[in-house]
Design a protein around this ligand. Sequence first.
Ligand SMILES: Cc1cc2nc3c(=O)[nH]c(=O)nc-3n(C[C@H](O)[C@H](O)[C@H](O)COP(=O)(O)OP(=O)(O)OC[C@H]3O[C@@H](n4cnc5c(N)ncnc54)[C@H](O)[C@@H]3O)c2cc1C
Length: 307
Amino acid sequence: MDRVIVVGAGVVGLSCAVRLLEQGHRVDVLARDLPLETTSAAAAALWYPYRAYPFDRVAAWSEETYRELARLAGDGRTGVVMRQGTEVHRSRTADPWWSTAVPVLTRVTTMAEPYVDAWSFEAPVVEMPIYLPWLVSRVEQLGGTLTRLALSALPEGPGAAVVVDAAGLGARLLAEDGSVTPVRGQVVYVDQVGLDRWWLDESGPTYVVPRSRDIVVGGSADEGEWNRARNPALAQQILARAIELVPELCRAGVRGHKVGLRPTRPAVRLELEQRRATRVVHCYGHGGAGVTLSWGCADEVAALVGG
Ligand SMILES: Cc1cc2nc3c(=O)[nH]c(=O)nc-3n(C[C@H](O)[C@H](O)[C@H](O)COP(=O)(O)OP(=O)(O)OC[C@H]3O[C@@H](n4cnc5c(N)ncnc54)[C@H](O)[C@@H]3O)c2cc1C
């Protein structure tokens, strides 16, 4: 079995590390930002294929991840919960391109103005402050390591026979790939006021994702925007949109804010590149769906590494 260096400790790098360790490899994860400091920590993180391409590969990865997250929801330590929810639309809309990835998708015909169409389905909701540390504990239990290290290039040469590049937006530098660009997202955390269903309206986008102790309210999607400072005016707009969608939120106090930069690319890059003596498996560019694609992609990375 090979020694594998995984670059990146977001949801993608950690999921790849777990699968590679399960396959019997020795795995060391190197990352500039530790898991709770990454974009992944800002994710809402509802299973939903958003801003990730191409549709055929994304639908397959999403379906595989759905199954794995549904399995993990049976273990209370993971922070994964299956929740019923509703996606609303302001015009008549065909079934989504990923509809086969969820077991049951039901049309809702009784929506009030301004919504005219909706569908309801059960989806995994992943509480990232619990899930990311759980993934780290899996890596460590399986004998892997996690080290903070900012790299100026992907490791190559002796001691780096196989490298998994799960650097997200960092692939702009590490893989010299200018096609990965940020799509800035901002969320507000509010008190849990007894909500157990998620809600999503793609216009905005606006989403309300209940967790055990709070509710994540989003959002925004600003292409090419690098600013990670909170925008207070945007936070007010996000809350107003969310209250329109879920009126109970009007009594929820604000607990905090977060901003993240989605690593977006015209197509997720998941492929093998031979660099002299080093085999590099690139796995980045998951846009607004890194959690949703994580296990499907990790399985494909493990298959490319082999063994
Ligand atoms: C507000 C918001 C809401 C979201 N909601 C959802 C959602 O509901 N569902 C969903 O599926 N997705 C959601 N996403 C998207 C999701 O967060 C991303 O797709 C996902 O986090 C990408 O994961 P990643 O592991 O590829 O990247 P990251 O989490 O960014 O991790 C990249 C890792 O690479 C490391 N790295 C980078 N450069 C270097 C370097 N030079 N040297 C060493 N290490 C380096 C970083 O330090 C980090 O550890 C949301 C995103 C945002 C911002």
